[in-house]
Design a protein around this ligand. Structure first.
Ligand SMILES: [Cu+2]
Length: 282
C-alpha cells in the first residue's frame, strides 16, 4: 500500500428483495512523484509531463456481527464455503459440461481463513442451525464478493507485520466484545507482530454453532490512468449480503405499488403499468 490522499464514502442499502449492498466509493488526488526529462518508471504511470503516479492498492475490512434468523439471545449460526466444481468425466458427465455447488462447513477459525476464487464462483453462507425454510433446509444469508484483489506483496513484507489481516479475503471468528479492530488497537508504529485477527484466530475457536463474526477484506489494485489526474473520478467497490433460503419465495413479489401507479382492470386481471410502457401481469 502507498499513501494516497483519499476521501472515502461508504454506505449500505437494504433492498426490497432482501439484499444488503455495501459500497465504498474512492476518489481523491493521486500521490505523485517527479520525473526527470525522458524518464519513465516501471512501478507507476506517467500521468502528466514530469509526473508519475505509483501503482498501489487500497484495502477495507467489513466487520459483520451476524445473527441470521436468530431470536433475541440466540447464537446458533454456522458458515459454509461454497465452490462450484466441474464434474469429473464419466457417466455423470457424458457431455463434459456438468458442474455442481459443493459446500464445506468451516468448523474452526483456522479452517475459515479463505480467499476469493472467481473460477469456482466462491461465496460463503451464514446459516441458522436451528431454523429451516419450507423445504427443510437451514435458513441463511450469503456473502457474495464484488470485484476484489489480494495483497501484492511477498509474505516477508514488513507492512504485513501490522496488517496481517491482508493475508486473506475472509476471516471468521466467534463474537468477542474486545475484538473490534482487525489490525489491533494501535496499529500505527506498533512494534508487535500480527496484532488483531492474525493473533485471535490462533486460538482456533470452534465456529459450528455460535455467534459468527465475518471479516471481509476487500480492495482495489489501482493502476493509475491519465484520467485519474488531477482529480480521480469515483471508483466503486463493495459486496452483497443476499438471502439464501431465508425466505420461502421471492420477497419482492408483494411489493406495493408506488403512489404514482394505478391499478387497471383488464380482462379480470390486475395489471400494473410500468414506466417503460410495458405491462406486467401479477
Ligand atoms: Cu488509488
Amino acid at each position: 500500500m502507498l499513501p494516497l490522499l483519499l476521501k472515502n464514502l461508504s454506505y449500505h442499502l437494504l433492498l426490497q428483495d432482501g439484499k444488503i449492498e455495501a459500497e465504498v466509493k474512492l476518489t481523491g488526488i493521486l500521490s505523485l512523484g517527479a520525473l526527470q526529462p525522458g524518464e519513465v518508471r516501471k512501478y507507476g504511470t506517467t500521468i502528466a509531463p514530469g509526473l508519475y503516479a505509483p501503482v498501489h492498492q487500497h484495502f477495507f475490512v467489513a466487520r459483520m456481527d451476524m445473527a441470521v434468523d436468530c431470536k433475541p439471545g440466540g447464537t446458533h449460526n454456522q458458515v459454509v464455503e461454497v465452490n462450484v466444481i466441474v464434474e469429473e468425466p464419466g457417466d455423470d458427465n457424458v457431455h463434459s459440461n456438468a458442474f455442481y455447488a459443493e459446500e464445506k462447513l468451516l468448523k474452526t477459525e483456522l479452517e475459515a481463513m479463505c480467499d476469493c476464487n472467481p473460477s469456482t464462483a466462491r461465496h460463503w453462507i451464514v446459516r441458522n442451525t436451528r431454523a429451516v425454510n419450507r423445504t427443510g433446509q437451514l435458513t441463511g444469508y450469503k456473502l457474495v464478493p464484488g470485484s476484489n484483489c489480494q495483497r501484492l506483496a511477498r509474505p516477508e513484507a514488513k507492512f504485513l507485520r501490522r496488517a496481517a489481516f491482508l493475508k486473506h479475503n475472509l476471516w471468521v471468528t466467534p463474537y468477542s466484545h474486545d475484538e473490534k479492530f482487525p489490525g489491533g488497537e494501535f496499529p500505527n508504529q506498533n512494534p508487535r507482530v500480527g496484532e488483531g485477527l492474525a493473533t485471535w484466530v490462533r486460538e482456533n475457536r470452534p465456529l459450528e454453532e455460535t455467534d459468527i463474526v465475518l471479516w471481509y477484506v476487500f480492495g482495489v489494485t489501482h493502476v493509475p490512468r491519465l484520467e485519474d489526474w488531477p482529480v480521480m473520478p469515483v471508483e466503486h467497490i463493495g459486496f452483497t449480503l443476499m438471502p439464501h433460503g431465508f425466505f420461502n419465495c421471492s420477497p419482492a413479489i408483494d411489493v406495493p405499488l408506488s403512489s404514482c401507479d394505478s391499478d387497471v382492470k383488464e380482462n379480470g386481471m390486475i395489471t400494473k403499468p410500468c414506466h417503460n410502457g410495458l405491462v406486467a401481469k401479477l
